[in-house]
Design a protein around this ligand. Structure first.
Ligand code: HEC
Length: 115
């Protein structure tokens, strides 16, 4: 019984990470390159700014997911990016998916990833 429970927990965690990664790569990456700034800031730059502002995973995930759900200039922690690229458009994602994406961003050290 104990083993079954551990397996369920493990499986759920692995699934959650892959779910976030899948959605990030299918969608966010079209504008947010890993390292290079193109039509939007790179995801490495965004992660650095967010980790600095929210070192704890829970705060990071909540703030990022809430912001992406409804991007606003007032709540942005990267004002310079809005001046450079204009405000990010609203995407049709639910909060659950955005939190999974945010967890993936928190956990991934993009500086170690190739292009
Ligand atoms: C159509 C292009 C586009 C897509 C798709 C996109 N973004 Fe963005 N995003 C931008 C631009 C442009 C900015 C910079 C301006 C700003 O901060 O609003 C930005 C900024 C951000 C920021 C910084 C917020 C701040 O504090 O200013 C976060 C976090 C972010 N995006 C997350 C995401 C995530 C997660 C996804 C995928 C679910 C995503 N973006 C998809 C264009 C995009």
């Amino acid at each position: 019984m104990k083993l079954l429970l551990i397996n369920i927990i493990l499986f759920t965690n692995i699934f959650a990470i892959e779910y976030g990664q899948l959605f990030f790569q299918g969608n966010c990456i079209t504008c947010h390159n890993i390292h290079e700034k193109k039509s939007a800031p790179s995801i490495s730059e965004i992660r650095e700014n967010y980790i600095r502002a929210f070192p704890k995973e829970e705060d990071f995930v909540n703030y990022l997911a809430t912001w992406v759900l409804k991007p606003s200039k007032k709540m942005s922690i990267m004002q310079h990016s809005i001046d450079e690229f204009e405000l990010m458009p609203e995407l049709a994602y639910d909060e659950y998916t955005l939190k999974e994406i945010a967890k993936y961003i928190y956990k991934t050290d993009f500086s170690k990833l190739p292009q």
